[in-house]
Write a protein that binds this ligand. Structure first.
Ligand code: HEC
Length: 434
């Protein structure tokens, strides 16, 4: 297993909540069901609920092109303010009627699946403006002769990001030799500065690629602004929305499942699960998620009771906390966990560690090398393939959708069978005490 190649990345895996997230605008909040909105919504005459429970996006799609749920029609400004064979053009007053009363400009009542919203003037102005912006929001970074992909340079992981951007550019040059795809050259833009200027820079990018682990900028900092995040350098959580996020290594849920399988195959019958404040709730949930046939899980607070347990599970996304706990665990225990959380805290030769590592699977395959370079070469192939199949009529949503059709034999990725990551393969890194 290639420790040095992974070490730089794993140093920053494990996170505190990302700062620097601004509140999305009032219309974007209502459309996407993010944050707060004062509007309410009612479906089929039922009691009114907060409108963010019924985000427009769920039925009309992130891009407003329609068709996600039932026969939800397209509702971009360019669709609504134009007459169709089925109805006259909307204006502000008739749009408000449609949202509040469910009535179209020609007086037809919309199907009851379309919620009836109640909103103040400010919220209505916000949602109309957002619908009008949907087209341009979708086409960010797509120019007549170029496509701009962004690599963000988080201040707390700048070296990794800069190295990544170079590697990606080199890999794209090698694959394409500067040739355009459907008439557009692929440009890689580096977004540096503080969190706010990085986020502002995404306004001119079709997607953020190869995001480096950072405690300042996480995936949602971008997706809340409708910027797709493609192939971060760290495992995703597993619950991300595949219409705006794609990864290329197994996610945290896959890794946890792999640990449960490993415990079973190691015939660990009694597992002590560390339950420490500050380490999140996964310890308590693990046994319920992955009930092992022959494995009994016992939640245990620190310090551990006198008898040294044989098998210990430590899940702790806060790396500083993880380091402290690991230091106090007996050398005689076999400690299971995630490489991203524990590897950088491991004291050489002191513990017996069994660490699930989606990252290691990436570099242990057919193409060894430094993880940043292997990752960048893989991403270049995936992007070229997706951009080629997405066609000339490209936007953010169609690019992310096109990844769903990609198969890459070399990296064993198949997005038709695993939509989020293309793989669920998890390697293990095992260190034995000297
Ligand atoms: C639960 C699914 C759902 C949600 C959530 C939803 N819609 Fe709809 N919407 C529909 C369906 C289905 C129709 C088509 C109904 C029909 O034609 O009878 C529709 C129709 C519309 C229409 C009429 C379009 C036309 O061409 O006449 C507009 C405008 C609209 N929705 C806007 C919104 C907005 C804005 C939101 C969020 C604030 C939203 N919808 C949330 C399902 C939904």
């Amino acid at each position: 297993m290639k420790f040095p190649a992974l070490a730089g990345l794993l140093l920053l895996l494990g996170t505190a909540p990302a700062a620097g997230q601004e509140r999305p605008d009032i219309g974007g909040s209502l459309y996407n069901g993010i944050g707060q909105s004062t509007a309410t919504a009612s479906v089929g005459g039922a009691a009114a609920l907060p409108a963010t429970r019924f985000p427009c996006r769920a039925c009309h799609g992130r891009d407003g092109a329609g068709g996600r749920e039932g026969a939800a029609p397209p509702i971009r400004g360019s669709d609504l303010f134009r007459a169709t064979p089925a109805r006259p053009a909307y204006d502000a007053a008739s749009l408000r009627d449609a949202l509040e009363q469910g009535r179209t400009p020609d007086g037809r009542l919309l199907a009851s699946l379309m919620p009836r919203y109640a909103m103040d003037d400010q919220t209505f102005a916000g949602i109309s403006a957002y619908l009008a912006r949907l087209d341009s929001l979708q086409r960010r970074g797509v120019h007549p002769r170029a496509i701009t992909l962004a690599v963000a340079v988080p201040p707390d992981n700048a070296a990794t990001a800069r190295r990544y951007a170079k590697a990606l550019q080199a890999a794209l040059d090698e694959l394409l030799g500067g040739q355009p795809i459907h008439g557009r050259k692929i440009a890689v833009a580096l977004l540096a500065g503080d969190s706010a200027s990085i986020l502002a820079g995404t306004e001119d990018a079709v997607a953020v690629v190869g995001l480096a682990p950072s405690t300042r900028l996480d995936v949602t900092a971008f997706t809340d602004r409708q910027v797709p995040v493609l192939f971060p350098l760290f495992p995703l959580a597993g619950s991300e929305d595949t219409t705006i996020v794609r990864g290329l290594m197994a996610d945290r849920q896959d890794a946890l499942r792999a640990i449960a399988d490993r415990l079973a195959s190691n015939k660990a019958t009694a597992v002590t699960v560390i339950d420490a404040p500050g380490c999140g709730d996964d310890a308590g949930s693990f046994a319920a998620w992955f009930p092992g046939a022959g494995t009994r899980y016992t939640l245990s607070r620190l310090p551990l009771p006198g008898d040294h347990p044989r098998d210990v599970l430590l899940l702790c996304p806060d790396r500083r906390m993880a380091r402290r706990i690991l230091h106090d665990l007996p050398a005689s225990s076999r400690i299971y966990g995630l490489a991203g959380e524990l590897l950088s805290s491991a004291e050489a030769g002191r513990h017996h560690l069994v660490l699930a590592s989606p990252e290691a699977s990436l570099v242990s395959g057919a193409a060894p090398g430094h993880i940043v370079d292997v990752h960048a070469r893989t991403v270049a192939r995936l992007l070229v393939s997706a951009l080629t199949s997405a066609g000339r009529d490209l936007d953010r949503t169609s690019l992310v959708a096109a990844i769903g059709t990609v198969r890459d034999a070399e990296a064993q990725l198949d997005y038709a069978s695993d939509a989020l990551n293309g793989t669920a393969i998890v390697s293990f890194i095992e260190t034995k005490p000297r």
